[in-house]
Design a protein around this ligand. Structure first.
Ligand SMILES: Nc1ncnc2c1ncn2[C@@H]1O[C@H](COP(=O)(O)OP(=O)(O)OP(=O)(O)O)[C@@H](O)[C@H]1O
Ligand SMILES: [Mg+2]
Length: 370
């Protein structure tokens, strides 16, 4: 898919912008704090209805204004549609072809983006919740059913945790309701496990090769970790295993007052050979591993949506040595729309610049293309 146009009003440090994008490579150049990342963020918000940099829509509104609006036109093959998101007085609305869409889950997945941002190394270094969140976001873009299941899972999980606490503190003897909650939880959990494991398998099919092309070194892979012994990626079998797990650990969970097993407790790590790069990787390796992860997603997105996603690459070239930078450019200079930010064009190869439209950003304004 191609984002042909994007415009915004009162978004971050922009009063207004109106950009016609190149089908291939778009490079936003400027000094620090001028508004380069804000452009990528606006595309991300248009796609996913929320930012990766803040949980508060208020931060996205230009200081002093009470609303923001982002609108974009996308093209998939010969079909085109317009997407719009606006926030006014705290109320968020989304539109497809000017029609208000009531459910966010019906909107997300119309524009697919894969973002690489400098904060991505937190996925490797940070807490398990950061890693789970990345999977949730990516799978929400791909499968509408995923958001629905995931939201339901979280709701039931909260109810189940509350009920476990009640059983413990009030000594409720009728725990039939717990069984109902457990069964409902298992239904969603089995789906989430299945989807996550399939997704990680697909990433692992690609990531090793991509990492090798980019860095020359072998054997990057992801290992999914769960405290439920899942043997096969099969929803029915996973359900049976979960049933047994909850049955056996009922007392333990009542004592703990919370659900101790399930996809909300899982994690995954990145390994080069047998070393977890969270513990042993260099900064450059961690960055390249995340880039390889994101690039691995392209074919997964393509398989699920029958079109290529947009690649949003924020500050991707900094910290990389020249060889890696060139390998990366060779890799991405392909049949996919790319939007890149950089401080300047120094170090960006001629090959990439040839296909590119360059936008210069200065203090919330897009200067002439040049
Ligand atoms: N809600 C807002 N209203 C007005 N200005 C804002 C708002 N949020 C952020 N800014 C301003 O936007 C600028 C940062 O923009 P951005 O993160 O896009 O910078 P950048 O060009 O990517 O810089 P760097 O090269 O350092 O990454 C800062 O000057 C910041 O003060
Ligand atoms: Mg930036």
């Amino acid at each position: 898919m191609i984002l042909t146009k994007i415009n915004a009003v009162n978004f971050r440090n922009y009063k207004k912008f109106n950009i016609k994008l190149n089908d291939k490579v778009n490079i936003f150049i400027g000094n620090n704090a001028q508004g380069k990342t804000n452009i990528l963020e606006s595309i991300y918000v248009l796609a996913l209805t929320k930012s990766y940099r803040t949980n508060y829509d208020d931060n996205l509104k230009r200081k002093g204004s009470d609303s923001y609006k982002i609108k974009g036109d996308i093209k998939v093959g010969k079909y085109s549609k317009s997407l719009e998101i606006s926030v006014l007085n705290g109320e968020k609305k989304v539109f497809i072809n000017n029609t208000n869409i009531k459910k966010i889950s019906d909107y997300v997945s119309n524009l697919n983006v894969i973002l690489f941002s400098p904060e991505d190394v937190e996925t490797i270094k940070g807490a398990p919740t950061v890693r789970r969140e990345l999977l949730n976001i990516e799978m929400s873009q791909l499968y509408q059913k995923f958001i629905k299941n995931y939201n339901e899972y979280n709701k039931i999980l909260k109810m189940r945790n509350d009920y476990l606490k009640l059983i413990y503190t009030n000594s409720i003897s009728d725990d039939r309701y717990l069984d109902v909650l457990t069964n409902n939880l298992i239904d969603r959990a089995a789906y989430i496990y299945e989807q996550r494991l399939l997704f990680i398998d697909k990433i692992n099919n690609n990531i090793g090769n991509i990492f090798k092309v980019l860095t020359g070194s072998d054997n990057l892979r992801i290992v999914y970790e769960t405290n439920v012994d899942i043997l096969d990626i099969d929803q029915e079998k996973i359900k049976d295993i979960l049933k047994e797990k909850y049955r056996k650990n009922k007392q333990k969970e009542i004592m703990a007052g919370m659900t101790l097993y399930g996809p909300h407790r899982d994690d995954y790590h990145f390994y080069i050979n047998d070393a977890d790069i969270k513990l042993y990787g260099s900064q450059g390796q961690q960055k390249m591993a995340m880039i390889a992860f994101k690039l691995s997603e392209i074919s997964i997105f393509e398989e699920a949506t029958e079109t290529k996603p947009l690649l949003l690459l924020d500050d991707i070239f900094s910290e990389l040595d020249k060889t890696k930078r060139n390998r990366l450019i060779n890799y991405i200079n392909d049949d996919i729309q790319v939007i890149i930010t950089a401080n300047d064009t120094v170090g960006i190869s001629k090959k990439l610049l040839e296909n590119a439209t360059i936008f210069r950003i200065e203090n919330g304004e897009i200067k002439d293309k040049g």
